[in-house]
Design a binder for this molecule. Structure first.
Ligand code: HEM
Length: 120
């Protein structure tokens, strides 16, 4: 670990892992195993995210996922041997770009519904 951002992400692995496990269990129960409207995915998603508490759970879980993915990608490059002081900036930038893209995409669902951009 060579700076504050990566050190922070490494420490977040301890709590982001368990949060993500609980999130996936809750998520599968909500949308796949016990959906409110079987077969109507759009309604299930929009109704769920109209509840700020549920939208909040998704926002927190997907921010945790973002940190988890950032650290995972950064570490994976190292595992594959792409670790050298000269290239570590690029390794970090690639990890930020990929994790940020996934996080922004995932957050767009609950935020669009909360903001009233997506309605039933
Ligand atoms: C805001 C972010 C997310 C939204 C809006 C979302 C939405 C959904 C929906 C609507 C389904 C049911 C699809 C269907 O029945 O056809 C689903 C299934 C699933 N989701 Fe998510 N999801 C999100 C994030 C995640 C994350 C972060 C993970 C894993 C870490 C995940 C894993 C799964 C799995 C394993 C399934 C079951 C397989 C499937 O039905 O395709 N989801 N998701």
């Amino acid at each position: 670990m060579n700076n504050l951002a990566t050190d922070y992400a490494a420490r977040t692995m301890y709590w982001s892992g368990p949060i993500l496990f609980l999130f996936v269990v809750y998520h599968l129960l909500q949308f796949t195993i016990l959906p409110a409207h079987p077969g109507d995915v759009y309604r299930n998603v929009v109704e769920a995210f109209q509840n700020p508490l549920i939208a909040g759970v998704y926002i927190v879980a997907n921010v945790a996922l973002g940190f988890h993915i950032f650290h995972g990608i950064y570490s994976a490059f190292q595992t594959l041997g792409a670790s050298h002081p000269r290239y570590d900036t690029y390794r970090r930038d690639a990890a930020v770009a990929i994790s940020a893209t996934i996080t922004i995409g995932n957050l767009s669902f609950p935020i669009s519904v909360l903001a009233g951009l997506v309605t039933l």
